[in-house]
Design a binder for this molecule. Structure first.
Ligand code: M6R
Length: 607
């Protein structure tokens, strides 16, 4: 992922370093294999400091927060091109140290560009594509091109998605280009800044511009101009005044955003229900589903699990089959089958995920195919450009592992499946609107109920690197989501799969003490009990995740409980919470930071 930030102040200030460190803390979820900052004052030399490690480590090492200057750029790296070491850390100097740049994203033709530049005499010292990009821009600027001409040439040469920020010694202006990765320009009294994400800007100003792909922005402390590289002209973009209260984006009283956001599910589910109850925000989605020829839904990671559970709801309640796929699978799996009038639904928290952007871009060449997005970030590319959008109103999700956005995605699908059934005059069973409105209070009860058992179970499971999490019917996506969460924060290997599939081979993995977690509904007891017995007779450990249930309670070794809701739909929504909490407890016990992607520099040999 990686994060970039740049800022130009009115004059030299001792506050510059502190402002950059605060921005980098907000951006730290985007990568902490290495951190680098470059600052300058007037036409003085550029001071570049960078190394492996996270913000805390590199700040202690370099005193970033004490740096003074009138402008600076920074980068937080999540390694893709080149191992995490100091050489590959960004920003990079261009030859002569007269300019410095950093990017996020990937330049996929990096190896070829690098070779060409080396053949032209460039000494490229790292394996990192960020250095190639800086040298490429340097090459064109050195030929006397303007920044506009330079970046026009750069984007012709490069393949891949990226955003870059660049600073020169002989100019107060910073250049930033957006070619696929997100970029926001913050406008404040006394400075202008640019960043990969909005929260790091909201720390300083609520006035921002969301840049679009193909935008080059050139700015100093008070003026900026946006040049459209594809159309070769300057344009104006609207300034948005954010109403997001960044003060709420603090993790207190919790130690981590991950746990804070698990608890926030009480509030976010309530907000979503209120929003849908008192506005027509759900109507466009239900109309689009109703009118569609066929419905294809795609999402990545957690969003995929949410849409998979949603597809059970649409089938069971509204008789609507959904063709599901992971975002990256959508075109290989369905491209030739999608017809005019079909609906492509992109499910994404961020609304910027590349796998779905590819599908959206494909849809532009098939104008009779409809598109719709289910998003949290309503200012995102998918939200703004798809044919329609339904918000999941989960507020900022700071922790990288998704929790509250998953639950609201699922709740959104349950709500709209019920509405669609009613629109189609279909009777459905198993859930009422009153049941649905109990979700917030039940989320609270679930958190209270499973906190102790999750803490107690964590040390039992931690010694085993592998385990299985099995679900059946509507709890299958929940099992997959629990397994993903655990991998992401515990760095172990749980596999989420369909309970009935387990006996078709994978059962062989069970030996004495091998943990198998069953996320299962009382309704499926007859079947799932036999799956549990298969594990028990091999002396495996059986954990039941779900509401009290005579049969399961009798034979399982451990229990991760949810309240006795007596309703399979509510059960399917709530039963992810014990797994989120278990993942958190295991991560903490192991000494991992559950808010962040894994820091590769801690596990790879670095030079
Ligand atoms: O923003 P998106 O929902 O499109 O992101 C998709 C996945 O990258 C994301 O859900 C990821 O799997 C989660 N961080 C996992 O917790």
């Amino acid at each position: 992922m990686c994060g970039i930030f740049g800022i130009v102040l009115r004059e030299k200030s001792g506050q510059l370093g502190d402002m950059m460190v605060r921005a980098s803390r907000r951006l730290s979820y985007r990568g902490y294999d290495s951190v680098g900052m470059a600052v300058a004052t007037g036409d003085g030399p550029i001071d570049l400091r960078k190394d492996v490690g996270d913000v805390a480590k590199t700040n202690a090492q370099f005193g970033f927060d004490k740096l003074a200057g009138d402008r600076g750029i920074l980068q937080l790296r999540w390694s893709t091109f080149g191992v995490p070491n100091q050489l590959n850390a960004q920003p990079h100097f261009a030859p002569g140290e007269q300019m410095v740049g950093a990017h996020n994203g990937n330049i996929t033709n990096n190896p070829f560009l690098r070779e060409d530049l080396q053949a032209e005499g460039y000494k490229i010292v790292s394996d990192n594509d960020g250095e190639t990009l800086v040298c490429l821009a340097h090459k064109y600027l050195a030929q006397g091109m303007t920044p506009e001409e330079t970046y026009t040439a750069v984007i012709k040469d490069t393949e891949g998605d990226f955003a870059q920020v660049m600073m020169r010694r002989d100019s107060r202006e910073i250049y930033a280009v957006k070619m696929g990765s997100s970029l926001y320009l913050g406008l404040a009294d006394g400075f202008i800044c640019i960043s990969s994400d909005l929260p790091s800007i909201l720390e300083y100003t609520r006035n921002y511009i969301r840049l679009e792909n193909g935008d080059l922005v050139i700015f100093d402390d008070k003026d900026y101009r946006i040049f459209r590289l594809p159309e070769q002209r300057y344009i104006e973009r609207p300034v948005t005044v954010s109403d997001i209260d960044i003060e709420n984006a603090n993790k207190e009283p919790f130690d981590h955003f991950f746990m804070k956001e698990i608890h926030e599910q009480v509030e976010t589910t309530r907000t979503l229900l209120d929003l849908y109850d008192h506005s027509g925000k759900w109507e466009g989605f239900v109309d689009a589903l109703d009118a569609a020829g066929r419905v294809f839904m795609g999402g990545a990671g957690t969003s995929y699990h949410a849409l998979l559970l949603g597809s059970y709801y649409f089938n069971k309640l509204a008789g609507l089959p959904i063709h599901t796929a992971r975002g990256s699978q959508m075109l290989p799996l369905y491209e030739r089958s999608i017809r005019d009038g079909d609906l492509l639904v992109m499910v994404s928290q961020s609304g910027e995920t590349k796998d779905l952007m590819n599908v959206y871009n494909w849809s532009l060449t098939h104008p009779a195919v409809k598109t719709f997005s289910v998003v949290n970030n309503i200012g995102s590319t998918l939200a703004l450009h798809c044919g329609g959008m339904i918000p999941i109103a989960s507020y900022l999700e700071i922790s990288v592992p998704a929790t509250k956005t998953y639950t609201n995605q699922v709740l959104c699908f349950l709500y709209t499946a019920m509405k669609l059934a009613e629109k189609r005059g279909l009777k459905y069973e198993g859930i009422t609107w009153d049941d649905l409105h109990r979700v917030p209070e039940l989320v609270k009860e679930t958190i209270d109920l499973c906190a102790g058992p999750a803490k107690a179970l964590a040390p039992v499971l931690l010694p085993r690197f592998s385990m299985h999490i099995l679900g059946h019917d509507m709890t299958h996506p929940v099992a997959m989501e629990g397994a993903l969460k655990m991998k992401e924060v515990v760095y172990n290997h749980p596999e989420g799969m369909y309970s009935s599939e387990f006996k078709h081979g994978p059962l062989a993995v069970v030996d004495k003490g091998y943990p198998v977690l069953f996320v299962s509904l009382p309704e499926n007891e007859n079947l799932v009990l036999s799956h549990m017995n298969e594990v028990i007779c091999r002396e495996g450990i059986v954990v039941h995740v779900g509401q009290p249930s005579k049969g399961y309670d009798k034979i399982c070794n451990y229990k991760l409980p949810i309240p006795a809701v007596g309703n399979p739909y509510l059960n399917s929504i709530l039963s992810v919470i014990p797994l989120q909490m278990l993942a958190y407890e295991m991560a903490i016990m192991k000494g991992n930071n559950p808010d962040q992607p894994r820091n590769l520099s801690k596990t790879l040999t670095v030079d």
